[in-house]
Design a protein around this ligand. Structure first.
Ligand SMILES: Cc1cc2nc3c(=O)[nH]c(=O)nc-3n(C[C@H](O)[C@H](O)[C@H](O)COP(=O)(O)OP(=O)(O)OC[C@H]3O[C@@H](n4cnc5c(N)ncnc54)[C@H](O)[C@@H]3O)c2cc1C
Length: 488
């Protein structure tokens, strides 16, 4: 039986093991998790440290909603086709709300000329994501959450500690609730950590005597220098990422005629730090003629916003085969955070939220040890592959940038980077390969393989010593970038 939004209706009484569940954090993934679990009949409370609730339409949300708990709140976001596809089947009401608030189904193909795309083809709509500023997307989640039965969002409620007792079987702390800044104890059968990329969960679990979770972290991060604009030519605004020697340019269309342009550089690129200055930023943009033309037809609506994307990182609560804690699971960025220039954070988080909902259909929350193992296994098989493909991309791109910074050429032994760079360069000349590339990178979140390349390109990337860095012709080179920012 389908409900009013076309979703398969799961009768509440038939869902296995209803529970009181506390979700920590009301960001994208916290709210997605809460909506999915409330949809299955669980009694869900979301505790959010930031006090302000969303108010008004897209402009008020984007300029007036104070969300210090999410440092990237006002930075450019684009919701990938992978996110849009899953939202359409899992949370269509939120997608409808977002479109009602100005979010638009647009993708890379929509911003490119017909001689590059070959015109619109059947199936192209699948490659569209959703263009909207981040506060608008979160506002849509919050609006639906506010009218969802069984779901309460408590803002201005910071979680300070966990409540746990030792399990009789092995002494591992079993979390039974949390303590808020007012000293209130909120009890529940399951606590979900959705406190984002800077979650304090490692410190919180230590206070209940747990061993620390396991962390895997990359060494270097990318830094973003972003500006938002408004234009009446939004239809021509692209969704693009182009890599150059030591800088990448991101162009993200958004809602209400707005779009953003961002430079992405390595965190150890000292001269590039000058990009925080608006005049330097504007000079650097002159190196990208298409983006500069778009900018010239637009009004800036922000200064230069700077943020480190932070290193890619993954956390596991299973260490040496055993949970460090039970009754507590991580979802979204608190589990895995990735380089924002691939725009995958919310797609990975939404997939993870759905996985938790599905796991709770199999394992009752009160069986906390079984749940810890089952959810970790499910995460390892469904989420980790996406994380690894993304982290591999970042590792290669970072190594390429580091080589360029010292005037060297990156020559990886692993052919996957050469395949990706080859596809990246061929996509501007071949409309079929463009779609293959977009399907991997934005829809399926997979890595292209040799089989995706035409025979001549396949032979080229498998030739020993082959190097094709994947930069579009015409630069800018490192030297041109340094000259533009006045650091040569
Ligand atoms: C610069 C940048 C650009 C990005 N661009 C994209 C993009 O284009 N597309 C994309 O899909 N992803 C993008 N991302 C990633 C995306 O922002 C994250 O994946 C997403 O916000 C994660 O959602 P979350 O709910 O897991 O965490 P968050 O959105 O970070 O939410 C965590 C919440 O927890 C709350 N919290 C923290 N501590 C406590 C506490 N003690 N008690 C209670 N509440 C607490 C915070 O206030 C916050 O509301 C970008 C990230 C960055 C840094």
């Amino acid at each position: 039986m389908l409900d009013e939004h076309g979703r398969a209706e799961v009768p509440r009484a038939e869902v296995f093991g209803m529970a009181r569940i506390t979700v920590l954090g009301a960001g994208h993934n916290g709210l997605a998790t809460a909506l999915l679990l409330a949809g299955d009949g669980h009694e869900v409370t979301v505790l959010e440290r930031d006090r302000a609730a969303p108010e008004g339409g897209p402009e008020r949300l984007s300029t007036g909603w104070e969300r210090p708990g999410v440092s990237q709140f006002h930075l450019p976001h684009y919701m990938l086709a992978n996110w849009r596809r899953r939202m359409a089947s899992e949370l269509p009401e939120v997608l409808g709300e977002l479109e009602g608030m100005g979010g638009r189904r647009l993708g890379t193909l929509d911003g490119l000329p017909a001689h590059v795309t070959g015109g619109f083809r059947a199936g192209d709509e699948e490659l569209r994501g959703v263009a909207a500023r981040r506060p608008v997307v979160e506002g849509a989640f919050a609006a639906v959450a506010a009218r969802t039965p069984g779901l309460t969002v408590r803002r201005g409620t910071k979680v300070m500690a966990l409540v746990a007792g030792p399990r009789s079987s092995d002494g591992v702390p079993d979390v039974t609730g949390v303590v808020t800044q007012d000293g209130e104890v909120v009890e529940s059968e399951l606590v979900v950590d959705a406190m984002g990329r800077r979650t304090p969960i490692d410190a919180l679990v230590r206070t209940v005597g747990a061993r620390p979770p396991r962390l895997w972290r990359e060494r270097l991060a990318f830094v973003y220098y972003c500006r938002h604009f408004r234009t009446d030519q939004a239809a021509a605004t692209p969704v693009l990422r182009t890599n150059h020697e030591t800088v990448s340019l991101l162009a993200f269309v958004a809602d209400s005629g707005t779009f953003s342009l961002s430079f992405v550089v390595a965190s150890n690129d000292r001269p590039a730090r000058e990009l925080r200055d608006v005049d330097v930023w504007e000079r650097a943009l002159t190196l990208f003629p298409a983006a500069e033309r778009l900018r010239a037809a637009s009004e800036p609506i922000s200064g230069v916003q700077v943020m480190s994307g932070a290193e890619d990182q993954r956390r596991s609560f299973i260490v040496d085969g055993n949970p460090v804690v039970t009754g507590l699971v991580p979802v979204g960025d608190s589990y895995a955070r990735t380089n924002p220039s691939l725009g995958r954070g919310t797609s990975i988080g939404l997939a993870h939220a759905c996985l938790l909902r599905d796991t709770l259909r199999e394992v009752e929350p009160r069986r906390s040890e079984a749940l810890a193992h089952r959810f970790a296994e499910a995460t390892e098989s469904a989420i980790d592959p996406i994380y690894h493909v993304t982290a591999d991309y970042d590792r290669h791109r970072m190594a390429q940038v580091q080589a360029e910074l010292i005037g060297d050429t990156y020559r990886p032994a692993d052919p996957s980077w050469s395949v990706l760079c080859m596809l990246d360069s061929l996509k501007a000349k071949d409309a079929d390969l463009l779609r293959v590339y977009l399907r991997h990178v934005q829809l399926d979140l997979t890595a292209p393989g040799l089989a995706d390349l035409p025979p001549a390109a396949r032979a080229e990337v498998t030739t020993p010593g082959h190097v094709r860095p994947g930069y579009p012709p015409g630069g800018p080179t490192r030297a041109e970038l340094l000259a533009a920012i006045g650091a040569d």
